[in-house]
Design a protein. Structure first.
Length: 146
């Protein structure tokens, strides 16, 4: 991932650390924490199948580009399912980390509720996306009111 695009790599490391902190806060045991951190670290691996000019685009994405970016969840699950040695949770989190509690988001999986670990990674992902550096926006300080 780091060789593909450093910002996505840093984001993934940050999401893994935030997920670790959230997992500790909710009292997960060590084996579950290890699975959570692995899944969080690899949650955006599907972006490696998206052209860099789209991943790094500084402005708004058009419909085609948006659809391609949204496909990173499916691409990630596919990559991780074909990767030996990973925990079974890892491709699930890659697939579900942009899904809402009521079935919204992407990819469209109907009204299926995301796995609790996907929910933790989603919270960490959103927080890091808001407070971290992006090609299209300046970071928001954690202490800045919404």
């Amino acid at each position: 991932m780091k060789q593909y695009e450093n910002l996505t790599y840093c984001h993934s490391v940050n999401v893994a650390m935030l997920s670790l902190l959230l997992g500790r806060q909710v009292g997960l045991d060590e084996p579950t924490m290890a699975a959570l951190v692995e899944a969080a670290l690899l949650h955006d691996i599907g972006k490696t199948r998206i052209p860099l000019e789209i991943v790094k685009k500084p402005g708004a994405l058009d419909k085609r580009e948006r659809k391609l970016i949204e496909a990173h969840t499916t691409f990630g699950a596919e990559i991780l399912m074909q990767t030996q040695g990973l925990r079974p949770l890892t491709p699930i989190v890659a697939l579900e980390h942009h899904r809402g509690l009521k079935g919204g988001g992407y990819p469209d999986l109907g009204d299926a509720i995301p796995h609790p670990m996907s929910q933790i990674v989603s919270v960490a992902d959103i927080y890091e996306a808001i407070t971290g550096a992006r090609s299209y926006q300046d970071p928001t300080l954690p202490s800045t009111p919404a």
